[in-house]
Design a binder for this molecule. Structure first.
Ligand code: HEM
Length: 455
């Protein structure tokens, strides 16, 4: 097993590490972002260097675009499909052969087929249809009140932890716990296991990245295998004793005669929806908090006019996008903004760079909670893979951040936060804060209002 893993790593991430290093020596800005965590602390200057190439710049492996119109056109076009699998396409034939001999990884990652993120229609349409009803704006509106209660309970605990003015880690004690609790309740997985899920999630998320070290790759495989095996067991239990939750419904559909989901499809769908449900929103809450610390004038605007919160959340997603990039593969020869692309070519779409495109957003690096077109960002992607959980993430971000800042108006940083080292996901590993005095008397009510709808 270790030998097969080692071959899989060497043929993919190991080979990519060498290719990235070679591109760094040539001064390629995309390769510098991929290889250097210090560059990723503030990658926006590098994205501006990529912007000088239009419609595409030369990336570390493939063409890359940080132009809003190009990204949107590619994501909405059916001339493009997902990359899927081990991203072996960029490899020389000898490495592709090694990879074939090593066989696929036994457990399924979020970007391995049959995950919905890694398949094209008709499979994609089938998987997405099965789960989409649970995530409509209307369904999410019903969860708003419960999300407010969860936020209030977590803030009570945070206040106890911070007794006597002690600093607390906002990510560990709030930003990560809120989304994992909400998605656990939605899917019917045991909330008591949330710390374990967070640990598995943190261990598995580098699976989205490229050029992993051998030790990170091993840790990803271990965490994915444990999560996978837990889900298999849990879904077997739900088949015997179904509840009212989404996973019980899905498990009830599963059989192998083609009418429902196969066991593999079921686990891939469940694990993707679950993992995506908490590994991304944590970054919205952490990034949003840091943005408000850095921009006290914007914080004051929100305190004076809370109706600005939904727009502020979109502005946070735009300025500090939790998912920085995605990629697509050309399905048939095509032309994009005058550039001819051949079947099989890869293109990378810098969502975070597109969200600072001056053609779309005036003064794009400025964080402005009143920005009229903040919602035009592509932080949730575009086209058929547009984030299934966008309405949920917007609602959670708004409820969580508003409850936090209204309960603790003097909330302030207690030292520098630490960023996650991941490439695709951007967020904080830890964010130490001091709470200050909570508002006296009645706690602010759960923020009211309809859930944000997806475009
Ligand atoms: C701030 C939080 C979030 C961000 C920034 C985000 C971002 C994204 C992006 C960029 C994609 C598409 C990637 C691509 O086109 O290749 C995506 C897809 C997806 N997201 Fe989210 N997401 C967030 C929260 C959530 C939540 C809370 C869920 C909960 C269910 C979720 C579930 C999914 C799923 C299932 C997909 C795959 C959709 C498909 O392939 O059709 N996401 N998300």
């Amino acid at each position: 097993m270790t030998v097969r893993s080692a071959v899989r790593w060497a043929a993919t991430h190991g080979a990519m590490r060498l290719a990235i290093k070679a591109q760094v020596r040539r001064g390629n800005p995309d390769a510098e972002v991929l290889s250097d965590p210090a560059v990723r602390e503030d990658p926006y200057g590098h994205y501006e260097r990529l912007r000088t190439g239009a419609p595409f710049a030369g990336g570390a492996f493939a063409r890359v675009s940080v132009h809003h119109d190009v990204c949107t056109d590619v994501l909405r076009s059916d001339d493009f499909g997902v990359i899927g699998g081990d991203r072996a396409d960029t490899l020389p034939a000898v490495l592709r052969t090694a990879l074939r001999l090593a066989g696929p990884r036994p457990s399924i990652g979020p970007i391995d087929p049959p995950s919905m993120l890694a398949v094209d229609p008709p499979e994609h349409t089938r998987y997405r249809r099965l789960v989409s009803r649970a995530f409509t704006a209307r369904a999410v509106a019903h969860l708003r009140e419960r999300t407010g209660q969860i936020a209030a309970e977590l803030l009570d605990e945070l206040e106890r932890d911070a007794a006597g003015g002690q600093p607390v880690d906002l990510v560990a004690r709030y930003a990560s716990l809120l989304p994992v609790t909400v998605i656990s309740e939605m899917l019917g997985v045991p909330v008591a296991m949330r710390e374990q899920f967070l640990a598995w999630g943190d261990g598995a998320t580098p699976s989205l990245d490229i050029g992993l070290s051998w030790s990170t790759y091993r840790s990803v495989e271990r965490n994915l295998a444990e999560l996978d095996s837990w889900f298999h067991g849990h879904l077997r239990r739900l088949r015997r004793e179904p509840g009212e939750d989404l996973l019980s419904q899905l498990a009830g559909l599963a059989d192998d005669d083609g009418s429902g989901l196969t066991e593999r499809e079921l686990v891939a769908t469940a694990a993707l929806v679950f993992g995506a449900g908490f590994e991304t929103t944590v970054n919205l809450i952490g990034n949003g908090t840091a943005l408000l610390f850095a921009n006290p004038d914007q914080r004051r605007l929100l305190a004076d006019d809370p109706s600005l919160w939904p727009n502020a959340v979109d502005e946070m997603l735009r300025v500090e996008s939790p998912v920085q990039r995605t990629g697509r593969r050309v399905r048939r020869d095509t032309t994009v903004h005058g550039v001819q692309l051949r079947e099989g070519d890869l293109v990378l779409l810098g969502l975070a760079g597109a969200n600072r495109d001056p053609e779309v957003f005036a003064d794009p690096h400025r964080f402005d909670v009143t920005r009229a077109n903040a919602r035009d960002h592509v932080a949730f992607s575009s086209g058929i893979h547009f984030c299934l959980g966008a309405a949920l993430a917007r609602m959670e971000g708004e409820v969580a951040l508003r409850a936090l800042f209204e309960r603790f108006p003097d909330l302030s940083p207690a030292g520098a936060g630490t960023r996650r080292s991941t490439i695709i996901l951007r967020g904080y590993e830890s964010l130490p804060v001091t709470l200050g005095r909570p508002v006296a008397g009645e706690r602010p009510a759960v923020p009211a209002g309809p859930a944000a709808t997806s475009p």
